[in-house]
Design a protein around this ligand. Sequence first.
Ligand code: HQG
Length: 182
Amino acid sequence: MMTEKENTRISKYLSLVLRHAPEAAGITLDEHGWTDVGILLKQLSRNGYAVSPAELDHVVTTNSKQRFIYDENRARIRASQGHSVAVDLAYAVSEPPTVLYHGTAEAFLSSIEKTGLDKRSRHHVHLSADDETARRVGQRHGKPVVLVVDAARMRVDGYTFFCSDNNVWLTEHVPTAYLQRQ
Ligand code: HQG
């Protein structure tokens, strides 16, 4: 239906416009990050990313990290996490596993040791339930290091966690006291 390369190209553009720069495609996101599928398809086509509704479904369902999700009646679509624009994804607070993992680069460690894990340009610190995923995430930034987050103790101390539709664990900040190098 669509080459792997084309799928990746569309997916990257969707990440850009659904998380960071909706104006680049001439779309708007509502307060929860949703945008109208019909308008999105029209604007994609105007910007050199023409896809049919079936092709968009294909990109959404085959996406390796399930980054995008439709609402119940498939009229709207949004990114499940990773935004830098102001949206409230309205996820319910959720009980995390006792430990979570964060992948980062060796070069960031000295700074992380000072201030803990900060959300930086995103809305939350991104954590995963498995260390394999964390290692892959860390690799994007340089020599990967996996940090183990004591989520159980954070919960006891009153910190809250959210789990996105694509199973990324989100929290505001992780102070150094809850971090350990794997
Ligand atoms: C680091 C991908 C210095 C942090 C992934 C990370 C994820 C600090 C970088 C999602 C720091 C931010 C997010 C501190 C944190 N000092 N560096 N105090 N606190 N950092 O890309 O977590 O492909 O914004 O360790 O799978 O790497 O986009 O966050 O290295 O789920 O769907 O600052 O992005 O998903 O980098 O990745 P990012 P991330 P997608």
